[in-house]
Design a protein around this ligand. Structure first.
Ligand SMILES: [Zn+2]
Length: 398
């Protein structure tokens, strides 16, 4: 009890004044990356098994990974994040640590995920019969709720992902399913660890749902469409297998997560992990102040995102960059521009800058060039020329 008090006093002293110290979330991230844990008296093991994730802000270095994950929280339109790197570099830890920073969103109160805006967009038939009645009675269809982190289990089967039909309920116009992971992921973050090791049908179902924001399940004459608008975060260790190019293409930001190279950083990371193992609550408290600031900043960045503009000259430069790198996928510019806007919002600006382009371009554009496609398209245009020549000379001789 006594020890608790001392450590809390230490906390407030250590963090005094940090509220005014940060100009933006970007600034805060740069600060906490270099912050050392304050020296503390040896702690006793609390002896209570609690699931307290390692705080996101307590991770040492890995600035690009931190940015990418925060940008994804700010702007879901950037199309997901893939963390690529060897085992033990903190990929999964970073994603789990985000839990403390997740903002609030309006969430459907209904089994099928019906939202009031569905009625605005598609009329009363756009929601399920139950929600249509609620709407008519003037009852709310949604309430504010924190975004959650949903994790796909490593050996998930297709029925775990899309759900299975409830036999008792078949024959109704609206098919009721035991909710699958995709339904739970609606409006949340979906973490898919080892995405390169998933069964093809599972990853295809996830990527289709991610692309359309919904998925339809058919059983006999009945079918139902479920909302599944989620931010996809994948991790992979390239030593364990390749990712099909068409799957790779679906991920917006690609982050290469390497082990820390700097000796001081490695030592600091070791200290923080040891402190966390012996007393996770204590480490969580140590970052509590910054965490609260970050929560507010993320919410603010989400609010100003819609107002962020990219100057025409800058978007031209972005498109020119993509052209000069010979990247075909249209997803390249979607991710590039949406992530630039999120970064501007993260830095409290309503105008994206050349600096944003510089920071985002490697994350958005790496591993998008396909040597195969380049050779293939070159060969193809050679053949095209040959056909045109052959046509010309045949017609001339005719
Ligand atoms: Zn409904």
């Amino acid at each position: 009890m006594n020890e608790d008090k001392t450590s809390q006093a230490g906390d407030s002293e250590h963090l005094a004044g940090s509220e005014s110290k940060f100009r933006s979330l970007k600034n805060l991230i740069e600060h906490v990356s270099g912050k050392s844990l304050s020296e503390t008296q040896p702690q006793q093991d609390s002896g209570i098994v609690e699931i307290i994730p390692f705080p996101f802000l307590a991770m040492v270095g890995q600035v690009e990974m931190k940015y990418a994950l925060l940008l994804a929280l700010i702007n879901p339109a950037l199309g997901g994040v893939l963390l690529i790197g060897p085992r033990g570099t903190g990929k999964t830890t970073a994603v789990r640590g985000l839990v403390d920073l997740l903002p609030e969103i309006p969430r459907s109160l209904c089994y099928y995920g019906c939202m009031p805006e569905d009625i605005e967009a598609g009329g009363i038939d756009a929601v399920c019969p139950n929600c249509a009645q609620k709407f008519a009675r003037g009852e709310p269809l949604a309430a504010m709720d924190k975004i959650r982190l949903v994790e796909l289990p490593l050996n998930a089967r297709i029925e775990d992902v899309i759900g299975a039909a409830d036999e008792k309920e078949t024959g109704h116009e609206y098919l009721r399913l035991h909710r699958g992971i995709l339904a739970h992921a609606d409006k949340n973050l979906l973490l898919v660890d080892e995405v390169n090791l998933l069964a093809d049908d599972v990853i295809d179902a996830i990527l289709d749902a991610a692309a359309y924001g919904s998925y339809t399940v058919k059983r006999g004459a009945s079918s139902a469409t479920y909302r599944a608008r989620f931010m996809l975060i994948g991790t992979m260790n390239p030593e364990e297998g390749r990712l099909r190019p068409q799957i790779m293409d679906r991920f917006g930001l690609r982050i290469l997560v390497r082990g820390l190279e700097n000796k001081e950083q490695r030592l600091e990371a070791y200290k923080r992990v040891q402190a966390y193992i012996s007393n996770p609550r204590r480490v969580m408290q140590e970052y509590n102040n910054e965490k609260q600031i970050a929560q507010v900043e993320i919410q603010t960045a989400r609010d100003i995102l819609l107002d962020v503009k990219i100057p025409a000259s800058l978007s031209d430069q972005g498109l020119e960059l993509i052209r000069s790198l010979k990247i075909d996928s249209l997803r390249a510019e979607i991710t590039l521009f949406e992530a630039m806007k999120a970064l501007a919002a993260l830095d409290n600006r309503k105008m994206a800058s050349a600096d944003d382009l510089q920071v985002i371009a490697p994350m958005a554009l790496r591993m998008r060039r396909s040597g195969f496609m380049e050779t293939y398209l070159n060969d193809q245009s050679k053949e095209e020329d040959e056909i045109i020549q052959a046509v010309d000379s045949t017609l001339k001789h005719a």
